[in-house]
Design a protein around this ligand. Structure first.
Ligand code: P1T
Length: 393
């Protein structure tokens, strides 16, 4: 008997949904079904549909069910990376001649996939500041779009888009809305409830949560879209291994708890960095700060925190940003985000190098922080000493 967790809170669903003890042994934790294939008792009659692990695997199914539940969505599908998930969404929906409205601040890899793979295949892109409803309206009135691609908070500038208002405008024109919810995670924001058609994730980040796995996922309430995604997932094959699925199941169980601490730490650090404006720090981007242009929308559409990502612009340009990023003791200089350990990076030279010279180019004095769950005071002291080292140059 499957227990219904739909009325339980997220912290409960994260731990219980899809996690029924193994019926054969009572194992409390779902087994890793490290098998490529399954014995069929009769020709063409696999047991419970399990025929081949690219198509279906019990460990992956558990992760899908757990993620769908915590997102509050009907269908979740796990992929071998965030970009593999994004690729399947784009390939399922777009045909040559279709146009995508792309946020003007998105992960560099998403921009690269669209501009370097899909554009040569005949898809067109228009970059728009999707955090500005007037700009979205203007674009819709001058060109015809199939899809709007939104990151909120965006990578790396933490811009906030009003999902509900944007989806309402898009749907009046029959445009599909995708929200890449990687930065907020399903613990803090539920784009489907706000009207988005599809949610995409790099589960490499907060969902995995420990910087030890690369993965992606797509969630939707739309049966037809889910069938198309599943078809392409099986046809093209970018699935996570049973072990990668299992390690993400473990990560997802503690997501609500971790996001609480990420958010508290980031809030404390953002306030501290804001107090250093004019003293080495030029600008602080964190949606939890009242000074952030998207603060009110973020407070409305995010629940229980504003996440662990902060970007700062340094006085002293690229040289200062580089020195700052290379001077921390606890923040590790590395790409990626969303793990328990704090990371620091220079988007212009690292994660967003592929947007140089485009409308999506990021400022060269920008440093991005992925605030971990260490002690906030230790992290603040680390940033202070790195800033002192930067100013001493
Ligand atoms: O790396 P992968 O799991 O394929 O996910 C791609 C991706 C998609 N969407 C967003 C918002 C992302 O941030 C990413 C990956 N980002 C980084 C590696 C980074 O450091 O920003």
């Amino acid at each position: 008997m499957t227990i219904d967790y739909s009325k339980d809170a997220i912290a409960t669903r994260a731990i219980h949904a899809g996690q029924e003890p193994d019926p054969m042994t009572g194992a409390v934790v779902p087994p890793i079904y490290m098998t490529s294939t399954f014995k069929q008792p009769h020709v063409g009659q696999p047991i419970n549909g399990y025929d081949y692990s690219r198509s279906i695997n019990p460990t992956r199914n558990v992760f899908d069910e757990q993620l769908a539940s915590i997102e509050g969505g009907k269908h979740a599908l796990a992929f071998s990376s965030g970009l593999a998930a994004i690729d399947v969404v784009l390939r399922s929906i777009l045909r040559p001649g279709d146009r995508v409205m792309l946020g003007n601040d998105v992960y560099g890899g998403t921009y690269r996939l669209l501009s370097k793979v899909f554009v040569p295949w005949g898809v067109e892109i228009t970059t728009v500041d999707v955090s500005d409803l007037a700009a979205v309206n203007k674009a819709i009135n001058s060109e015809s779009f199939k899809l709007i691609w939104i990151e909120t908070p965006s990578n790396p500038l933490l811009a906030i888009t009003d999902i509900e208002a944007t989806a309402a405008i898009a749907h009046e024109h029959g445009i599909t809305v995708v929200v890449d919810n990687t930065f907020a995670s399903p613990a803090l924001q539920h784009p489907l409830e706000l009207g988005a058609d599809i949610v995409a994730y790099s589960t490499t980040k907060y969902i995995g949560g420990h910087s030890d796995v690369v993965g992606g996922a797509v969630v939707t309430n739309d049966d037809d879209l889910a069938a198309q995604f599943a078809f392409l997932q099986n046809s093209a094959g970018a699935v996570p291994s049973p072990f990668d699925s299992w390690i993400q199941i473990r990560g997802l169980k503690t997501l609500p708890l971790r996001m609480q601490r990420h958010s508290e730490n980031a809030m404390a650090i953002a306030r501290h960095l804001e107090s250093l404006k004019g003293k080495g720090i030029d600008e602080v981007w964190y949606p939890g700060l009242e000074s952030h242009p998207g603060h009110e929308i973020a407070a409305r559409q995010m629940h229980g925190g504003f996440g662990g990502m902060i970007s700062v612009q340094l006085m002293g340009g690229k040289a200062a940003a580089t020195k700052f990023a290379e001077s921390t003791r606890l923040f590790t200089l590395a790409e990626s985000l969303g793990g328990v350990e704090s990371l620091i990076e220079h988007p212009g030279a690292m994660t967003h190098a592929s947007v140089a010279g485009t409308a999506n180019e990021v400022p060269d004095n920008l440093v991005r922080l992925s605030v971990g769950i260490e002690d906030a005071n230790d992290l603040i002291a680390d940033l202070d000493q790195a800033l002192a080292a930067t100013l001493a140059e």
